[in-house]
Design a binder for this molecule. Structure first.
Ligand SMILES: *[C@@H]1O[C@H](CO)[C@@H](O)[C@H](O)[C@H]1NC(C)=O
Ligand SMILES: *[C@@H]1O[C@H](CO)[C@@H](O)[C@H](O)[C@H]1NC(C)=O
Length: 184
């Protein structure tokens, strides 16, 4: 008898929602997160942190590579590419994008509630999203709260003029040759 080969075609369906944010605020946010999260390496002083970020010496590797790779993939895969700054600017518009991406048609009432419960203020007061249940030996919220500020532009309170110049140079280099850009 002839051996029979059976081909089973397996379709794996996935959807990815990718949220990018301007890298200066990412650096600030991650610095505070590194400090409070005891599972992360100690970030050291802020003075050297910006340079570590520029060198791609972060838990997630190089910021530029990360955002550019997903930006390129979004043309061909099932990826919704979103920006943190857009979410702050117009949460409803951005929630509608997620709805469309997930094929959901929600009533205005549900949209309204979603908007309310995903606001920074609500999430800071929600014990499920503020990570208050995580033991302080892992996430020490007296060092820095998990839900910290939720704004755009806090980098201005952290970057020195010299750091900002080095960073701008890094940013220009990373973003050259792509149509990806960020709002600061
Ligand atoms: C988290 O939320 C709970 C309930 O609102 C609140 O008691 C607690 O202080 C919050 N924790 C932080 C770190 O904000
Ligand atoms: C959390 O941080 C505070 C302030 O640095 C410190 O006093 C406390 O001992 C820390 N808690 C734990 C569990 O490490």
């Amino acid at each position: 008898m002839r051996p029979t080969l059976i081909f089973v075609r397996c379709v794996v369906f996935y959807q990815i929602i990718y949220v990018a944010r301007n890298p200066k605020d990412v650096a600030v946010s991650f610095y505070h997160f590194d400090k409070m999260n005891q599972l992360h390496p100690e970030p050291g002083p802020w003075e050297g942190y910006v340079d570590k970020f520029i060198q791609g010496n972060m838990g997630f590797g190089s910021w530029g590579t990360h955002v550019k790779e997903f930006w390129a993939l979004k043309q061909e895969r099932n990826i919704l590419y979103m920006f943190y700054e857009d979410m702050l600017e117009d949460p409803k518009r951005e929630i509608r994008k997620v709805m469309r991406f997930l094929g959901k048609d929600l009533s205005d009432d549900v949209l309204e509630k979603t908007c309310l419960h995903t606001s920074f203020k609500a999430m800071k007061e929600n014990p499920v999203t503020n990570y208050t249940a995580i033991d302080s030996s892992i996430m020490n919220q007296s060092v820095s709260p998990f839900m910290r500020k939720g704004i755009c532009g806090d980098w201005k309170n952290h970057f020195t003029v010299a750091q900002n110049e080095r960073f701008d140079e890094y940013y220009q280099k990373e973003m050259s040759g792509t149509d990806l850009s960020f709002r600061f």
